[in-house]
Unconditional design. Sequence first.
Length: 270
Amino acid sequence: MPFVTIDGQALHYIDQGTGPAVLLAGSYLWDQTMWAPQIAALSQQYRVIAMELWGHGQSGPLPVCTTSLDDIARQALVLLDHLDIERVTLVGLSVGGMWGARLALSAAHRLNGLVLMDTYVGAEPEPTRQYYFSLLKQIEEAGVITPALLDIVVPIFFRPGIDPQSPLYQNFRTTLAALPTDRLRQSIVPMGRITFGREDFMARLCELDGASTLVMCGDQDTPRPPAEAREMAELIGCPWLLVPEAGHISNLENPGFVTAELLKFLASRN
């Protein structure tokens, strides 16, 4: 399994396929398996890199010096340098889009294109920020994501009508329930605070290149509703798409639609 040491810790990533490079940047609480449908399809024509957040999947603990989304963007550039990748199309979902937009502005010369999915680069609205911080505090104190907390956290990621007995839903719940105490306290909770305590980045969206950017959002995304996607797309001056029958992890709830749109976008940028 490929790893690279960054800021003293081992970052895990997938590197599959050949061709123009695509970097998949995923959601908080999910590992690289969330991209399985896209990795399988895109790697037929592209070199697909999927990096795992600190404390997620097989990546090591959150480095002590990591205190902001800008740090994550910087670390992603270290990964690209390690892989000798000069230019990449970045597809960032949720927190992946939050730090992906920062990377796009700090290193615009490294990007062929940018897809922002189910994400929002503005500050977290204060009521939801306080609510998420209270959940993180409960997880930190318990040292486990309790069944009661799972009942709250898991549905956030899916469309309201999803079958809670479906493998997608149940596998995610099982994965969260199995997270060990040290990982939760050292990496998951701090990463959550970085994510939901982020600074407002909306004023800089106009600096992005609208011609090489696409915004996508599940039509039933609850934590990052379509209104936020539209707001960002208008500021960037780029197209935006709603993913039918999908919530926050839209690429897994409607993988066929998302993969087809990504392939169209990649063809236009490479």
